[in-house]
Design a protein. Structure first.
Lengths: 317, 317, 317, 317
């Protein structure tokens, strides 16, 4: 996405899921056109093709882990970058057609992940109800609205969209479950640093030896760049080639991140820059990870560069 | 699982999926009772409760990444250990009722992951067919067998089980996609070393700093223990506490692994040992990762221990 | 030196130098025979040959640095070990025949190092005197006693031995200059740990690459062993082979030191153990270096070993 | 020393020692004024005061180790830099007045270090002669020339200067003993890179922990800067503060060295740059240490900087 504000947004559908709810938290969603698409590859391909300016897709879920599809789609094909992170509490609700009471519920539609995350609540409050698995949180809400099921486990926005009454809120067993989404666009100047930014990278190493990963992490550590997440994935193309997805604290415009990126570029077989973006305030990254450690601020880098210039010119007497 | 051969096995159902197919590759499946269960938590809870001796559950998929549920369930609750690794090529087939020809197919049932992995093949060979998403590969086969859909993308075992004709084999776009399963039991003496073993660990560190992860990896590297996979996951319990799931080459009975485990135990806030087991021959771990690097064999450790004993006794003159 | 108390001691002579003064601080010097020898090689060869039980030789001087001869002689030939460290403040005195007054002094005998260390004092108090360089502090005292020179810069024990009056004390420009000596014997059980011990090693690496040295230091750091001194020396035998002399905090009987030594043995082309011994209280090693860091005490190692034993036996349920 | 060729040189005297011999190997010695001084501090103070343009002083000896005085004098006071390294084989000769035959020699004058290094030769060829220790190799030659002793162990230049016949050449027991000298001047633009340069640094760390030293070495290793020598020295000023003298391969004008220096500046309490200079061809540094390792050449740094610039501008699509 170039400097301009994105006008055409897509998100992982269907309507009424957490992805749409996450998108609605962004001010840009009020002025842009917004459309659901059926899959992450479809969403990202629309951006690559220019039929959309940006796409909101899931990155990871605190319960289910990384969205492998998203990572793979970002790591391959034409370059894309993350320009915004959105973290959404996964606050499932139980929705039903208006007038339905809790003790009248016999069937509950739910995506398998949702059913699993609400297992404790269901056991306590609807011990005799049958859970029917469906393909998305949105589909569950649709099914309840159409009378196919008595109730649905869905996102708040799903209940609202399909005019369901909310019989219970925050029914997930883990109160603090969260999903992290990324707003992805075509490459362009990154959003300006805010002081609490994240940078995402895909780093490829030829061998999966612990030494190679140590070398990668050392490039970060030496420049005071902190790591908030790491995930290794075998690359499809051939055996023994690994990609590491790294989430780091800091912005590509900062000196420590810049030097670390250059170092990674020199020691890795490939580095793909997946964006620098404002971090969402959330439990995915502790707050103390945001600022540069002692000796690693931009001012520290400037001072050391000035000292080096004096050494090279011979004026350090 | 104690020394005895497991008599009662469960696997992630339904019948006719890759999990059952993986289980059937194990000789023990011929003599034990075998039953599908509905979810990974249910499978592992059955082992913990003693109603099953071992459970076959998915660990990771080369396309979709880690099975977060499995990792979380292994990391929490009563200890369980992996005693066997099974790696299965994800060779999707297109199945249909006998007599169905390819050009008569209008609807294809598929799990969303399966549909995505076969996108290219579908576009080329069934460009006008409609893909209907269902909840599992097994459900797709059932739907085709019952005439609900014209065909199903499923596992070979699913076609066989439901008496479908296989119209096309190996239709996944990535020919070498694989799923890695674990046979999990209650703690007991680990299977004896085979020379090509893996060890899985969950290591918790109090802070997500790159320095803490470097310390963990250094404990492995210094003893010559190689890492074949790493994944970080936020722990549900509180912010800023991370778990790293590590797959290493080697066996807990080996000296280098033993010393590395002790080191991890001293530097981490918690280490959970998730088993040492024979590695499946597969592309998940390069073959050269199996043997100890120079200076890290059991013989090397014995020689250095003998030397130390001489130093301590003063007999090194 | 075996368990017995050494009966025959030699030291780097001549009489009346700091080496003798250092030896006199050891209780054993009161009961043993004590004799000066002419050089460090001679002193160590006497121990090797069994004509002496122990030798006191200089290791390093806080002004002049390492005693290369001592290091080389310890690193080559039959093994020897340090059993005691003595640190002596280098408190030079100005000695003269009784009755000599300061303003009558025209010539001052001094070893070149002594003259250099007292340069400031001489400039201020004896600006017109001529310094005559001689071969040892002992020789300076002898020369003054025999009337060859008007005064001598020497050790307090040199003035006492040769019946010189001390005209000025502590005349060195650096008030806290110190020399570190080692009492060296044949190999035997090391002195028992005292809680503040040092261990000296010579580690050889095949190449002088920074990576090789990093590997050596990492073996120490990973076990919580602290380094108090490091010195690289080219080995005489062939080009590009380096020896590193390491002084560490801790005792070979301690678990962390034992594991670190074994690690060094595995990664280095050669390790020579040069002894574990009680540290002298002194400025050469900060006091906080003595105790094990968190997680590296003998109790921590025992706990982690017990945990590993449980894992290996399968009793960790 | 600024760009101009030094006109007034001093060296560690007296005349006829290896220091003078080393100086004579430099072309500049043919056109400049050359004068001996009595000590290293005097030599360096003359340069600081501007009464000399450069001074040749010893840095280390392959037998005796570092020259502590030189290191300390370089590390303190007004900054000075090494502009040239000279390595000289220590090829002692036995000199005597013309007409003296070997079997007529009863007394041999020698500096103690020289006597020690030639011990084997003396035992074999002059088993009954008495060695008389004197204060320098030059003084030994003078003594022999004046008839005070029958012969002298000295440098070839010492025999020549004092018109002694050389009765035997290369009489040191280690055939490849060498001394390394530095030509030192006031700060100015360093000599241009030659492709085989060295850089000398004094790095101070607040604590002597192995972790602090590891951090220092990692700054070098990460940028591909190789270390050819390391020596720790306690600083006189206060306890627990250590200086590390590092000799590295490479030139301050090179990118990898520049980035490493900046990193050291940020992590150390102080770094003193002691010069980049052409390396002497010698056994002190293996030849393969000279060139940048893979990924660390100036071209590699330029490529990674260009890549970073593209990322920052958003033009990496």
């Amino acid at each position: 996405m170039p400097d301009a504000v994105p006008q055409r947004l897509v998100y992982l559908g269907p309507e009424g899921t957490f992805a749409e709810q996450a998108l609605r938290t962004l001010p840009v969603s009020a002025t842009a056109s917004v459309a659901p698409v059926r899959s992450v590859p479809e969403a990202l391909d629309a951006v690559r093709a220019g039929t959309a300016d940006a796409a909101l897709v899931p990155l990871e879920n605190s319960i289910g882990g990384a969205e492998g599809v998203t990572l793979d789609e970002l790591a391959n094909g034409d370059p894309l970058v993350i320009i915004r992170e959105v973290v959404l509490a996964v606050d499932f609700v139980l929705g039903a057609r208006p007038g339905t009471s809790l003790d009248a519920i016999i069937t509950v539609a739910a995506h398998p992940n949702a059913a699993r995350q609400c297992r404790g609540w269901l056991r306590e409050h609807l011990p005799t109800a049958t859970v029917v698995e469906v393909l998305s949180n949105g589909a569950a809400a649709v099914g309840a609205a159409q009378g196919e099921f008595d109730a649905a486990i869905c996102a708040p926005i799903g209940a609202e969209r399909h005019r369901l009454s909310v019989l219970a809120k925050e029914i997930a067993d883990h109160a603090d479950a969260m999903t992290r989404f990324a707003l992805v666009s075509r490459p362009g100047p990154p959003p300006p640093p805010t002081g609490n930014d994240g940078t995402t990278l895909a780093v490829y190493i030829a061998h999966d030896r612990v030494g190679a990963l140590l070398a990668v992490l050392t490039e970060l550590a030496v420049r005071g760049v902190n790591l908030t997440r790491i995930e290794s994935r075998p690359t499809g193309e051939r055996l023994g080639r690994y990609a590491f997805f790294l989430d780091c604290s800091g912005h590509v415009a900062e000196a420590r991140m810049g030097e670390a990126l250059q170092g990674l570029r020199r020691v890795s077989s490939e580095v793909r820059f997946l964006g620098s973006y404002p971090r969402a305030a959330s439990g995915f990254s502790p707050e103390d990870a945001a600022s540069a450690p002692p000796g690693a601020s931009d001012a520290d880098f400037e001072a050391s560069a000035a000292w080096l210039a004096r050494l090279r010119s011979g004026s350090h007497s």
